[in-house]
Design a protein around this ligand. Sequence first.
Ligand code: FRU
Length: 533
Amino acid sequence: QKMLAWQRTSFHFQPKKNWMNDPNGPLYYKGWYHLFYQYNPEAAVWGNIVWGHAVSKDLIHWQHLPVAMVADQWYDINGVWTGSATFLPNGDLIMLYTGSTNELVQVQNLAYPADPSDPLLKKWIKYEGNPVLIPPPGIGLKDFRDPTTAWTTPEGKWRITIGSKINKTGISLVYDTIDFKKFELLKGALHGVPGTGMWECVDFYPVSKIVENGLDTSENGPAVKHVLKSSLDDDRNDYYALGTYDAGAGKWVPDNPIIDVGIGLRYDYGNFYASKTFYDQEKKRRVLWAWIKETDSEAADICRGWASLQSIPRTIKYDKKTGSNIITWPVAEVENLRSNNNEFNKVVVKPGSIVPLEVGSATQLDIMAEFEIDQNVLKKVDGSNATYDCIKSGGSGERGALGPFGLLVLTDNSLSEQTPIYFYIAKDLTGNFNTFFCNDLTRSSEATDVRKLIYGSTVPVLQGEKLSLRTLVDHSIVESFAQNGRTAITSRVYPTKAIYENAKIYLFNNATDISVTATIKIWQMNSANIKSN
Ligand code: FRU
């Protein structure tokens, strides 16, 4: 099997070998983007967790650096777990992270750069007074982890939030501090949602209702909404909600309780977990990273010698057009890897047909596609499938009047391995349309040790908008975005035949009653430049 070498990606971040999970403390410092990450230096399975470290000038090309923090103190000897960075007004940088102690208790620790003049921030000092926080009364000793970046309070203090749970209610505790050494627990929580279980990797940040750029974590005011995100330990997905932050009380309330954190919207409807954002002060944007896990067997991970990827970093913004969701989109720098543009203009795909798109090897691609449908035909077709659900559906092979149609990526010549990414339009009896965006992995691999789910959700489509999708294909990962990033789906894919020059791309239309007209741009993607330490 040559160590499953074709599964290695070419422009997604991954260590040379071994296990990785959450992104930690992402930041921009003296000309360099830094990514720290949960890393097992000894094996391709979780354990022995330390902070891996790499730097980049552009979030695409990386230089690996030595491990930044190891498990060498009683308060983190069982793992240097997830944490976040905060810049102080004088430019100093501090890191708060969770340690798993000699007794497996989760505590919060403070660390700072040993040499702030080193732009690579290679050496970190752990504060001699660690831990700075231990689980408060009433909180489980193993339910207290992943401190956020701090923001300022109206009183001029710093404030952080830390995920936890009480019984089955996921909560986020709030602490104020002046020096990151002594903390004061606020009464109640920033927010809590019954039934959602342990909240991991909570993230909390402002987004602007007006301007395009991202906001630094302490910004607030009438033109600002606050996003609260939690990674649900029980469900293994990242859920967020938009809401209003009351700085005085240290509380946040969702705009719409029906789609509260953990029961409503997700950043991504595929494989996307333990995400973290940071404010990029250089480009004035908020950037999102996430851990993309393996969905094959542990035996395959060990055989390959590595496990997990980071998502393509994405900018994150409030969706002014809908007002009810955020949009995530690959950072612009990704486009610098594009070469060899292939364009396919107004390709008509009839009901029940497939059209090959000749682009050569289709393992490293950036694809932008638009689909047009004759509105008169749409209006005339009877609707009866308003209850469509990607996950519970029969997938891309199940034909409806108005879908599915879209792309087949990582597909071999015989179509026996294929990864469809598609829209499905449902119409209810009153004539209202509801559009779904899905990714069907059921035929994505002939390997038997792979989980092959169907992912997806609805995507808002506003009056006059064409259906559009963007997909990044990178050997064993496919990241797809509908309607400019309103809905995203990331999947790990393990083809056995659709690899190297045998990987192809097709258009398909399995709708029975509509033709779609597709206009597509496909770029071959160069590989990112990765330097070992
Ligand atoms: C999320 C998580 C965090 C924890 C870390 C340990 O994937 O479980 O809650 O800090 O990973 O590696």
